[in-house]
Design a protein around this ligand. Sequence first.
Ligand code: B4P
Length: 182
Amino acid sequence: MVRLVLVGPPGAGKGTQAAVLSEQLGVPHISTGDLFRANIGNETPLGQKAKSYMDAGELVPDEVTNEMVRDRLADEDAAKGFLLDGYPRNTAQADVLREMLAEKGVELTAVLQFDVPEEELVKRMLARGRSDDTEDVIRRRLAVYREETEPLLSYYRDRIIKIDAVGSVEEITARALDALRD
Ligand code: B4P
């Protein structure tokens, strides 16, 4: 049973790899970005709260995000392990996750850090062209990553595994699976 977190800057390919890895490892892929986008698409109150933050490249407030993840982790399929993609994104969220897991008597297995140079990130996101992938919003998301999310690298120093995430999707999956086997 694996309980993994994927950390990396926006556009690093967390969502791309999480989809493949969750299938290979047989655990659900839980993406806070996808959950927010589904709520926005369905015009739920949660989606209405999240939209303005996402459009501006800011993090959605922790209370909203943490409750959404708490509900998702309570689903039956998450009892057999999970792959969290895009959560936690700051140390306050990481503290809440640690408490949620402690209540279940478990811990994270590992944290995979996806490493990609900034020019490559911008290129990938501009090519993806999601509504929050304009140049200004991308720059803001990168700044938020450096300020808010990068501190997680030392927070999780005892279980972090750094993956070179430049290369083909298949190469990166193979690197991640190899690293998890070591
Ligand atoms: P996310 O949905 O998490 O998206 P992301 O970080 O921008 O992208 P990701 O790293 O998953 O890259 P992808 O695989 O798509 O976040 C969006 C927003 O949601 C945040 O800005 C924030 O507002 C909010 N949010 C989410 N979680 C939150 C939280 N915990 N707290 C608060 N707010 C939160 O790949 C990017 C592109 O690269 C794709 O086009 C892909 O095809 C391409 N690509 C992938 N792998 C490649 C490779 N190997 N080579 C070339 N291109 C590749």
